[in-house]
Structure formats: C-alpha cells, structure tokens
Design a protein around this ligand. Structure first.
Ligand code: OAD
Length: 242
C-alpha cells in the first residue's frame, strides 16, 4: 500500500545526520565526515572523555560554535510543516544532537542521542542549556562543583535516551519514515524492523540506500532538501483529498 492510498494516524520520523548535511553540518560516515577526522573512541566514548577531558570538551565546544553558525534547511522546515498541518500525529525521533528541527518549528521531538546545546553535571545530574564553551574547570550552575560537567550527548557504550517512549511510538505507528541515516548504528537502525513488524508502512528517504534499506517498503533517493519537501507535500495533499 503506497502512502497515497491512505491517511495515517500516527507518523514516526527518524532523522539522522543526512538531514542536516545541507545546512553545513558534516555527517559521520560520508567522505569528509566526522569519523574520518576524529577517532570515535577518543571523542564519543566515556573512556575517551575520562582519558582526555579537555580535548573532548574542545571538540564539543567547536561543534557547538559551528552549530550556532548554521540554519535549518528546507527538509527541517518541511517536517515542521507536516507536524503543523497533518491531520494525524507526527513524532520526530532524531539521532542528531543539533537543534535545527526545533529552530525550524518542530515541537514533538525526541533527541535519542542527546543535545549539543545542553550540558550535564555528573555530580548532581543537573542538565542545562549552554551555548558557550565548557572546560574541566567550569562549575555546575546548580551544585557549584567544578570538574563534573560533560556534554549532554549519548556516547558509544551508553544507553540512548527515551527508548521506552520511542518503542511504544514505533509499535503504534502506521507510517515510519527514516531520513538521512546510514542505518549502521543500533538501536536506531533497528527501528524500521519494529515499526514494520507492527504494521507500519516504511519509507526511506536518503542520498543512497542505507544498510537496512531492504526492510523499507519504499525508497526515495536524493538530497533531503529536495526529497523531503516533496514527500511532505504529497502526504498533505493526500490527506486533503482523502
Ligand atoms: P551517518 O553519517 O552514518 O549517515 C548519514 C547518511 O545520510 C548517509 O546514509 C548519507 O548517504 C546520507 N546523506 C548525506 N547527505 C545527505 C543529504 N544531503 N540528503 C539526504 N541524505 C544524505 O549518520 P547517522 O546515520 O545519523 O551517534 O549516524 C548515526 C549515529 O552515528 C549518529 O547519531 C552518531 C554517529 O556515530 C552518536 O554519536 C552516538
């Protein structure tokens, strides 16, 4: 059954680095991606942070500065429009730590890998918004202790956020869409299987087939800024005509 044949009650959209690529944020695994320049073990694991906290802070400080210079692209705006105008529920589950979905207007969103503009105190658990630089000397604004702050992002070996809520949404979804993700990092890469088993129609929107492409009913390949607005337009038109 193709999307044009029906109106969906519950849509879950999984996004990955590919949706923000055209805003100027490098992806992880494409040529020139972050994992070509940095060792994942150094900057994206708790062990790496324990070994070289200043270097890891410097890496995230730079990513935070870079994020503040970029803007959402038409793919982010299209998803915000879908949430505003679609007659069914729309939930965005993002692996991205940027805030471009929110800046485009998306409200119903879960950041499963955390948020770059948030910092957490490992001493007292306080999570707060931070646009500036952080170091091993920065004191926690709540408990006042220095040395306990870390980026509020999920590192390899840590459990992603919001998993029970995401799993429930996937099981109730009748449309699952994955956008701009390589399908190589679990558990997100397995979401299509959960959604499909529960009866959702599954669509992949990406530059190229992902590692889990075979589990989707339908595929559309191209740059997110082009294919996402077209797909959203189609969903909205079908809902109106239905
Ligand atoms: P990847 O870098 O693994 O994959 C990005 C995907 O986006 C690839 O399949 C590209 O083909 C596609 N892509 C690139 N440019 C695109 C464009 N303009 N339009 C559409 N698609 C495009 O990024 P993720 O799948 O998001 O985790 O990576 C998943 C996780 O791995 C990240 O959240 C991060 C990383 O390690 C953590 O840090 C925990």
């Amino acid at each position: 059954m193709r999307p044009k044949d029906r109106v969906f009650k519950k849509i879950v959209i999984l996004t990955g680095a590919g949706i923000s690529a055209e805003s100027g944020i490098p992806t992880f695994r494409d040529p020139g991606g972050l994992w070509e320049k940095y060792r994942l073990e150094d900057v994206a694991t708790p062990e790496g942070f324990r070994r070289q906290p200043e270097m890891v802070h410097a890496f995230y400080n730079q990513r935070r500065r870079d994020l503040l210079k970029v803007k959402p692209n038409p793919a982010h705006y299209a998803l915000a429009r879908l949430e505003r105008e679609y007659p069914g529920q729309v939930l965005v589950v993002t692996q991205n730590v940027d805030d471009l979905h929110e800046r485009a207007g998306t409200k119903n969103i879960l950041h499963m890998h955390g948020e770059l503009l948030k910092v957490r105190c490992e001493e007292c658990g306080h999570v707060f918004r931070e646009e500036g630089d952080v170091s091993v000397k920065t004191p926690c604004p709540k408990c006042g202790r220095p040395g306990g702050l870390r980026p509020h992002v999920v590192w390899f070996g840590e459990l992603p956020f919001h998993l029970p809520e995401i799993e429930m949404a996937l099981k109730q979804a009748d449309l699952f869409v994955a956008i701009g993700t390589s399908g190589t990092v679990y558990p997100a890469a397995g979401f299509v299987v959960i959604a499909r088993r529960s009866g959702a129609y599954c669509v992949e929107l990406n530059l190229e087939p992902s590692a889990v492409a075979e589990y989707f009913h339908e595929h559309r390949y191209g740059p997110a800024s082009k294919i996402v607005p077209l797909f959203v337009e189609e969903l909205l038109k079908n809902a109106k005509d239905f």
